[in-house]
Design a protein around this ligand. Sequence first.
Ligand SMILES: NC(=O)c1ccc[n+]([C@@H]2O[C@H](COP(=O)([O-])OP(=O)(O)OC[C@H]3O[C@@H](n4cnc5c(N)ncnc54)[C@H](OP(=O)(O)O)[C@@H]3O)[C@@H](O)[C@H]2O)c1
Length: 251
Amino acid sequence: MKSPHNVVVFGATSAIAQAVARRLVEHGCNLFAVGRNPEKLNAVVDDLRVRRGPNQLVAGRHADLDRVEEHAALFDASVHALGGVDTVIIAHGSLPDQLECEVSIPLMLAQIHTNAISAVALAAAAAQRLQAGGGGQIVAIGSVAGDRGRQSNYVYGAAKGMLALFLQGLRNSLDARGVHVLTVKPGFVDTPMTAGFTKKGFLWATPDRVASDIVRAMFRRKDVIYTPGFWRWIMLCINHVPERIFKRMRL
Ligand SMILES: NC(=O)c1ccc[n+]([C@@H]2O[C@H](COP(=O)([O-])OP(=O)(O)OC[C@H]3O[C@@H](n4cnc5c(N)ncnc54)[C@H](OP(=O)(O)O)[C@@H]3O)[C@@H](O)[C@H]2O)c1
């Protein structure tokens, strides 16, 4: 299977996605960045253009990825800009306030739409296009929160859990068809998404650390990664706590 070459990044203004995009451009990839905020997206594209080599393409398009009906046009634009796409990265997401979601079911459903529905719609569209183009790679950022429902963030967790299960099936289905699927499960990462948290201690990682793990996993065709890697063992322990004890742990 080929290394990433023509890459489209959905949610390119995310701190983690920016760090991944910088690394991929430094590896010589062409890149098409899709982000919601036009000013932030322009800054990301400008930064990547400064880093690219003489023959590398970097382009972008702003879009609200909640508008699933616009996804096809975004794929078309990325193919038009790069001349073809072999790698699709799905990075956008939002971390809702759990208590607000419990009060407002429309808010809860909007969060599930952003974190699960729009992401699986992009993954499914990427699967169709990459198969038709002869293969490639789909990378999507889930979360350790998707491994077990917890009272403090089960709306976000359920959406990321759906994404992970969808990607698992997609990986299974595409294995013989030349399309590789990588599921990324970060732990706590110091980005705008976690601006309201107290970020102290060894559990917190930088976007650059996480991006380094993601890009290495892309080149090595890993299926699922926890990043940093120690989260695999933390989640193994958390997943083995019996439910009757877990529900009293107030996590
Ligand atoms: N930070 C963590 O601790 C952590 C842990 C586990 C997983 N993750 C996951 O990592 C991914 C990247 O997040 P991050 O930590 O890098 O946070 P971030 O910098 O806050 O990035 C989130 C990005 O998602 C974009 N976005 C949200 N809804 C969108 C929509 N409807 N259409 C287009 N873009 C949309 C935001 O765009 P705007 O700038 O326009 O708002 C923002 O660029 C997310 O999937 C997140 O769930 C993060």
